[in-house]
Design a protein around this ligand. Sequence first.
Ligand SMILES: [Fe+2]
Length: 320
Amino acid sequence: MGPKCTEEEFINLWTKLGPEGTAANLGMQVRNVYARRRRIERRLGINLMAPRDGVMPVEPTDRVRRKIELKEGVVIVGSDAHYWPDEVSTAHLAFVELCKKLNPAHVILNGDMFDGARISRHPPLGWEHMPTVAEEFEVVQTRLMEIRNASPDARHWWTLGNHDARFEARLASAAPEFEGIAGTHLRDHFPDFTTAMSIWINDEVVVKHNWKGGDHAAFNNAKSSGKTIVTGHTHRQLVRPFNDYNGVRYGIECGTLCEPYARQFDYSNDNPRDHTSGFCVLTFKDSRLLYPELVRVVKSGVYEFRGDWHDVENPSTTQN
Ligand SMILES: [Fe+2]
């Protein structure tokens, strides 16, 4: 039996309809459509592009990228808590408080909730006591439970940071034979929070721990990604609007939920730090992001939000 259409007709169908559409139109199997495409490409020395070839890459699995839709509502993003025992930051208390007041649809912890001081690849600087992994896990579980209980209607996410990665990296390099055993993944210990490398909201906003570095990270992130992008890692806090023919998008660095000069960062030799203790509030209306808002710690027990200072309520309720 001869071909179901001429070569020219086939090329037309392929470029307009892609493989599945061409197969349906001609009453052929998809694999036979691919085979004919290859024969034509070889004979004519050309590449036949389907409508979306080279435009939309295959998406990674949902362990890596999670996509959510939000028409109306609030997303709170906090990052870089580096929780250690025996201390509760004002930023954490403010985060819990605004989780209660703003009733967010989603709460995203944007990486480095876990510090991993004992399993750093860097050598210890001295004889100072650093918490064990077990002590850190206990306090991270406590802090995350406070956040979860303050936002019962929200979905809870954790985009992984470089410090979070220390847990699995250490185990995988020291005991690779334990692959697949329950408890060897960080996520096994925090089942209320879904982990991923990035959270995509309405295909407009990407929340991930870090990408570009340097003083202009927020600008470069927005410009190069083509999306509004919310990162942590730098511990800086800013919103950088970026406008082009597509309209406005934002590079957002959301600060740290830790104190900038906390013990966790003693390795930095008490150098000045361009860090801000705080976090970020994203509000969506008609599925579009309104201007991103920042929450900033002013001094111990006081935070600034929406043009006013606020005392954190009941700090004693979350003390260790
Ligand atoms: Fe980080």
